[in-house]
Design a protein around this ligand. Structure first.
Ligand SMILES: Cc1cc2nc3c(=O)[nH]c(=O)nc-3n(C[C@H](O)[C@H](O)[C@H](O)COP(=O)(O)OP(=O)(O)OC[C@H]3O[C@@H](n4cnc5c(N)ncnc54)[C@H](O)[C@@H]3O)c2cc1C
Length: 281
């Protein structure tokens, strides 16, 4: 069992959890994730390791309430225990000193996923520019954390309630048009946002890595559920990724596969919310 040490609601739909998992905390590297199973009959959900404290033996994750399991996790508190935490999984992000700037682009809870990667790039001596996009002001997270180390931070909101009105691509386009010396872009967020970033950067021929959030079950390469098409070949996001060259990803197929179980997911969440009662929902 893995004890939750801290739980903090960081916006109306995202919780930050600090969880005891000492071996994972010692081994994890930026870009890697864990798979949670909340209880013995629970489903498996993959979540990125946003931070870790090797000495305290804890990992930090940010979980957005999207469906039944993430909603259920959002009702857990410090002192509660998670049945399984498996990891670290996936390939660490390759990070080295680059000849040029690194743009870290995040959408929503993707900010938590790109944070450790951006920080490591800074430690490697790279100039890091962060572009963080959210639907509106009330769901902005981690801005201060990025400001503590990044060379430049830009925030966009879809509705213009904070930062620049528009999408991350609105901001990115300006930097591309100015001809900034960009060595690499890493984009993490909803599939549709990563697709938009790649559609834009393709014209400028700038390396753009994306972290794919395909539906994943066993995360060992056995079940094949997280398969994605990259460069015309089948790849498993869990063992070959989760990061891939975004210009080679078949995003239309990914978007279709992500929507495969929409109806079942909706029913499952409604049943769970009805069972726990309106006051918790
Ligand atoms: C490598 C990886 C890292 C991720 N990191 C984070 C993170 O740091 N924070 C975060 O909030 N979310 C992260 N996700 C997404 C997270 O796993 C899903 O939101 C979660 O599994 C949804 O489960 P649910 O039962 O609450 O929702 P459901 O109602 O089951 O599904 C809601 C939506 O979530 C997606 N989803 C459902 N099941 C899975 C699954 N087993 N694997 C992946 N996606 C699924 C689908 O798009 C689905 O439509 C990550 C996904 C991957 C693949």
């Amino acid at each position: 069992m893995f004890r939750i040490v801290e739980r903090q609601r960081v916006n109306p739909e995202v919780n930050r959890f600090v969880i005891e998992a000492s071996i994972i905390a010692q081994k994890r590297q930026p870009g890697q994730f864990v798979v949670f199973r909340l209880h013995e009959k629970g489903e498996r959900i993959p979540i990125t390791i946003a931070d870790a404290d090797a000495q305290a033996g804890t990992i930090t994750v940010y979980v957005q309430e999207l469906g039944k399991t993430t909603f259920q996790m959002g009702r857990m508190n410090a002192g509660d225990e998670i049945a399984d935490v498996i990891g670290p999984l996936g390939n660490p992000t390759p990070i080295e000193k680059l000849d040029g700037e690194v743009f870290a682009i995040a959408g929503g809870v993707g900010s938590a996923e790109v944070l450790p990667i951006a920080r490591k790039h800074k430690e490697a001596g790279n100039k890091v520019i962060a572009i963080l996009g959210y639907r509106s002001k009330d769901i902005v997270i981690l801005e201060e954390e990025f400001r503590s180390f990044a060379d430049e931070v830009y925030v966009t909101t879809d509705d213009g309630t904070y930062g620049r009105e528009g999408f991350v691509t609105t901001e990115l386009k300006d930097h591309l048009e100015k001809g900034r010396p960009i060595a690499e872009i890493i984009a993490v967020g909803p599939a549709i946002m990563m697709k938009a970033v790649c559609d834009l950067t393709r014209h400028y021929n700038i390396k753009t890595m994306v972290s794919l959030n395909s539906i994943m079950i066993d995360a060992t390469g056995m079940c094949g559920v997280c398969r994605v098409e990259v460069g015309g070949e089948t790849r498993y996001a869990c063992v070959h990724g989760p990061e891939f060259d975004g210009h080679k990803v078949n995003f239309d197929l990914l978007l279709k596969r992500l929507a495969s179980f929409k109806e079942e997911e909706k029913i499952s969440l409604e049943r769970y919310q009805a069972a726990v009662g309106a006051q918790d929902a």
